[in-house]
Design a binder for this molecule. Structure first.
Ligand SMILES: [Ca+2]
Length: 484
């Protein structure tokens, strides 16, 4: 799993901005899910949902608050059924992992270069680039695992999370490359609710000098340097063939999009290389045929879509998770499914595949029949979504909603404002049809479905008022003594 990797930056999902040959291998040899969605599109909540099979209001993690590790998790259930369980890389749930025989994780967000990881005994600095280091450790776990047990391994990358720091090789590969602009980059938000107008996750307005990798002037104090880096520039001086040039206005906006995407895609390219390295190792070590491999991300990401970066909103680029699965001998190579899946389904799927009965309080459903090419006749045709963090880091307004196979209805409950989209006629979600008189019957039907789902998942507005305090980005544990 990666952090913030949008499906539309993977070539087998039709990317117009990059090529990812190694991730594509999973789709060519396995199945691609085209409608897999995060139920609360943000890091910590999605991770809590993945390990519990439950919505945020049931696992207690609606925002960046600490996960209560004493609750039931998929890792504990697999471990107690004889699986060797391990997690390496980004965890970001505040509390230490439970249910894992081996864990070695980044504190909070972690860092890209020379990352620190910690386990039960303390922390250690690993020299190198995070994506390479996490893959090295993943392969170590596979090498050292007890060979008499089946295993469950979560290899979780930090990349391509903000501030999108690539390694030198991939930075160079993308520096100066012109990335095509998405069709909705210049969206003026006409007809939409206040939420899009008020957000602070705009590529044109909210990227900082640090995000844009600008170099601070010499002679600043530490404090001045920090203030300079977090500022959002409205004017940037660049060097063109040895000549200084000041960018402002439209020219600057276009430049910001390019700088953002060049670094984001360079981070993704390193992940793709490392996915290839891990698959090669699995294939070369006799694990290919009896190992199920999944590539996913904790949510999607805006790649300039609607002029945005980040996630949070219920729009497609944000909630859509890449989900690619290889299982030789069972999944027909090159399969594609449009069945609606969510991150609540991951834990039930893992249990089902291991022959363990899925606890009744998990809210997802096993995807295993879909892997086998069988879509159950009662498969869901709608999914429920809820985002809480408001104002949060980007002033993204809290909302909940329903997505069906063909439509989406979003309700910004603190504003009492609605948006509705026809995903067949308007896949880019540019025309809010909520107030169209002709759309009234559709809107009414969607409202009924939204209320039905809200009740079904037992969302009783547990976190609609006060939210739990932040608790996932602490200083991390003390350094351990390492003898090499
Ligand atoms: Ca994330």
């Amino acid at each position: 799993m990666t952090d913030d990797h949008a499906a539309h930056a993977i070539s087998c999902y039709g990317s117009k901005v990059n090529r990812t040959p190694n991730m594509d291998r999973l789709a060519t040899e396995g199945i691609r899910f085209d409608r897999c969605f995060a139920t609360n599109s943000i890091c910590t909540p999605s991770r809590a949902t993945i390990v519990t099979g439950k919505y945020s209001h049931k696992n207690g993690v609606p925002v960046f608050n600490r996960f209560d590790g004493s609750q039931q998790t998929v890792a504990k259930l697999l471990q107690s059924s004889g699986y060797y369980t391990a997690i390496v890389g980004k965890w970001h749930l505040g509390s230490d992992p439970t249910g894992f025989d081996y864990w070695n994780i980044l504190p909070g967000q972690g860092r890209y270069n020379d990352p620190i990881l910690y386990d039960k005994s303390g922390s250690e600095v690993y020299s190198g680039y995070a994506t390479d280091v996490i893959t090295d450790l993943t392969i170590q776990v596979l090498k050292n695992r007890p060979k008499d047990k089946p295993f469950f391994l979560m290899s979780h990358h930090k990349a391509p999370h903000r501030e999108w720091t690539p390694d030198e090789k991939h930075r160079r590969m993308f520096a100066g490359r012109q990335i095509p602009e998405p069709g909705t980059l210049w969206d003026d938000y006409q007809g939409r609710t206040d939420a899009l107008h008020e957000q602070k996750q705009s590529v044109f307005n909210d990227l900082t000098r640090l995000d844009l990798k600008l170099t601070p002037p010499a002679g600043l104090s530490q404090q001045e340097r920090q203030a300079w880096l977090v500022a959002k520039p409205t004017e940037v001086e660049i060097d063109v063939d040895g000549q200084k040039k000041i960018l402002t206005g439209t020219e600057l906006k276009k430049w910001k999009y390019q700088r953002y995407m060049q670094d984001y895609l360079a981070c993704v390219q390193s992940v793709d290389d490392n996915v290839g390295r891990l698959l090669d190792w699995i294939d070369a070590n006799g694990l290919r045929d009896n190992t199920l491999v999944i590539y996913t991300s904790d949510q999607g990401f805006f790649l300039g879509d609607h002029g945005l970066y980040d996630k949070r909103f219920m729009y497609e680029p944000s909630i859509k998770m890449p989900f690619l699965v290889r299982w030789p001998g069972t999944i027909k190579p090159g399969s594609v499914t449009t069945a609606l899946a969510t991150n609540c389904d991951f834990a039930p799927t893992f249990l089902d595949l291991a022959g363990i009965s899925v606890p009744a309080d998990m809210q997802g459903r096993s995807l295993a029949p879909l892997f086998r090419g069988q879509r159950p006749s009662d498969w869901r045709d709608s999914m429920y979504y809820r985002y809480y963090h408001d104002p949060g880091h980007h002033d993204t307004r809290a909302h909940y909603g329903v997505r069906t196979d063909t439509h989406k209805l979003m309700y910004f409950w603190r504003k009492d404002q609605w948006e509705c989209y026809d995903l067949v006629k308007d896949p880019e979600e540019m025309h809010n049809m909520y107030n169209d008189p002709a759309a009234k019957p559709v809107v009414e039907k969607l409202k009924q479905e939204l209320h039905r789902l809200k009740k079904q998942v037992e969302d009783e507005d547990q976190f609609s008022g006060e939210l739990p305090p932040a608790g996932v980005d602490g200083p991390g544990p003390a350094r351990k003594t390492v003898t090499k």
